[in-house]
Design a protein around this ligand. Structure first.
Ligand SMILES: [Zn+2]
Length: 231
């Protein structure tokens, strides 16, 4: 493809549709596919092609961002971090901007300082999306759950617990899986647990205590087996 910003021609690797997978509470897929969908990025100017084609006005706006000192400083950062910067500078709505920084947090998980910055930025834009939300749709539910998840992952347990208690008082979070997630998050906050957790952990938390103990034993045995076989 041709870079809309600098005209460089390059090959872009893209992902094909993946089979069903489990995911963590921050929506990062669990298992073989543990990365967000790849975004094409220009090897010359570092522009992340978030959409194609771009209108003439969009191209001009993107060029101004890509050639700014702030973007140049971010060239070593992940593709979704740069996509987040582009969205923020182009004035895109807060929900998709937050999603870019959330995915950046998956990509940069191995670097604690970058992970924290990505999570702070995602939290800021999910909070902005909630402040601007008109109707309580799917994006609203997601933003509510992710705001709490990010507070917990950042170690702000008191604020996270208040947030999830507030959600549990709403009809949208009563008697369904969203409510199960919020209730599980409250337990994690009480334990001051900031670790990544999966939807499977939420499902397991609903099972009786004996069954949960058996699941823990089975997981430990699987870990041992993986270490022995080197898988
Ligand atoms: Zn380029």
């Amino acid at each position: 493809m041709a870079c809309p910003v600098c005209g460089e021609l390059f090959y872009a690797k893209l992902d094909v549709d993946s089979p069903a997978y489990d995911m963590r509470l921050d929506l990062k897929p669990v298992g073989e596919i543990s990365e967000p969908w790849r975004l094409p990025e220009c090897p010359r100017c570092g522009f992340v092609v978030y959409k194609a084609p771009l209108s003439r006005a969009e191209t001009a706006a993107c060029r101004a961002v890509v050639y700014s000192p702030e973007y140049k400083k971010a060239l070593g950062r992940s593709s979704y971090y740069r996509a987040g910067l582009l969205y923020a500078r182009l004035g895109k709505p807060p929900f998709p901007t937050a999603n870019n920084f959330l995915k950046a947090s998956w990509q940069e998980e191995a670097d604690p300082a970058r992970l924290r910055e990505d999570q702070e930025l995602a939290l800021r834009y999910f909070s902005a999306a909630l402040a601007a939300a008109g109707e309580r749709d799917g994006d609203w539910e997601k933003a509510e759950l992710l705001k709490g998840e990010l507070l917990r992952r950042l170690g702000r347990f008191g604020e996270a617990a208040d947030h999830f208690s507030g959600l549990l008082a709403m009809p949208e979070f009563k008697g369904n899986f969203l409510g199960d997630i919020a209730a599980y998050q409250l337990k994690l906050c009480a334990r001051r647990d900031a670790s990544p957790r999966s939807l499977q952990d939420v499902r397991d938390s609903k099972k009786p205590a004996l069954r949960r103990a058996w699941i823990a034993v089975r997981r430990a045995l699987e870990n041992v087996k993986e270490k022995i076989t080197g898988r």
